[in-house]
Design a protein around this ligand. Sequence first.
Ligand code: NDP
Length: 500
Amino acid sequence: MNKISTKLSLPTEPRAFGFWVDGKSVPAGKRGVFERLSPAHGVPVTLVPKCTTQDLDAAVAAARTAFEDRRWSGLNGQARAAVLLRTGALIRERAEEIAWFETLENGKPIAQARAEVLGCADMFEYASGLARSLHGDSFNNLGDGMFGLVTREPVGVVGLITPWNFPFLILCERVPYILASGCTIVAKPSEVTSATTLMLAEILTEAGLPDGCMNVVTGAGGTIGQALIEHDDVDMLSFTGSTRVGRAVVQASGQTNFKKLGLELGGKNPQIVFADADLEDAADGVAFGIGFNTGQCCVSGSRLIVERSVADDFARMVQEKLARVRIGDPLDEATQIGAITTEAQNTTILSYIEKGRAEGARLICGGEPLDFGRGQYIAPALFGDVTPDMAIAREEIFGPVLTIMPFDTMDEAIALANDTDYGLAASVWTRNIDKALTVTRRVRAGRFWVNTTLAGGPELPLGGFKQSGWGREAGMYGVEEYTQVKSVHIEIGKRTPWVE
Ligand code: NDP
């Protein structure tokens, strides 16, 4: 499985990062550090400060001052766009270094990390246009005595909590849009993957972002994350992660200052395959949809729903594809599936595979830990004889575990697809345009793919239906989330007196 080609090297010693407040890196000092071991190699790769809640308060204060004195929101769109464009260029210049740290901390294949980093540069370049085109509305139909305007204003200080599965990509699906709107940021990355968020803060400063507009506080979710979601001086919170913490974010907002929320939570995403699909393409897409990022992906296509007449043949095709995916050292340029990011996640995935067996599902292939001498790897698992009530068919596993369920009619396929608390993403594979459009309309998910999966980019918004979240990130919809609208009535001419 593990075809060796060129391999990048491991660092000889971990790189120590400071946290980032008011345009400066602050070393850990006496705070202590998190030492991150590469999940693929078991060697220390980064050290990041264990920030205190006082550090968080300082970061929020810096973001507040930067917002209130309008050093960023007061610039014209052209000036803000120039900073975002320079950021994109600097990300491209440092792409190799960013991708390396992403792989070292997360365990994802280096080729994938490189592609993600270049995609992130593109996010900044695209959002630079939004900084210039963002605008409100006017009402010229209120009669000769009145004129109406709707202006868009930045929400203010945005808290940004990001997870470990796509540390740089998820960050860059948000930061350029938040900055394009004129808001300022306090980011808290996952404690296991903080390096590239700190690198972005440094790059933004180098690109000319005024001090205080991007701050990064590193620390544990339960302390620093919790303090950020409860902070009374944060106007909006963008959270990406588990549904469990998503609930805590909603509660914290209600119990403190009713901060506006953007939530991107879990998914249990269906892939519907009709018998008339290009089955070769569909099998490749399904293997990609569950194998990409070791299935640690909120939009992974983890529920395969296949027309009964081709279900067995299709399962064999997917099995054959999965057997040929190159799994191994993520620093190997040829690797397609790398290591599981954390020991806890590794344990969770293996326990779901056990649960699937215990519930009576049939393990068609994979599911076993792979031993490459070091690191944690799991062969992608494919389960047949799955019923919709089983935990492996209902709960987000966040790993390379795929379940197959057959259907006879389109209505049945749609019902199975919608039989979930989540609504993040879905795919349909068919050559029939009527089926494609009907399923696209009736499946409740925020992202939908026809004859493809996991496609994305800066233009189209991201976000979920149902318990997969609130709001949208990216695209024009994404930048608008970080604004609030103000209605302005302007009287023309002499006022009709109220007092006679
Ligand atoms: P979490 O929701 O715990 O972590 C996501 C982010 O929230 C991290 O930055 C984390 O910090 C932070 N966080 C944790 N607790 C709190 C809190 N009380 N207040 C504020 N922030 C907090 O996810 P896990 O890492 O535990 O993963 C568990 C499961 O969540 C996965 O198996 C998967 O199902 C789902 N998940 C979904 C993601 C998605 O993209 N939709 C992303 C990640 C996870 P820290 O990491 O430092 O604890």
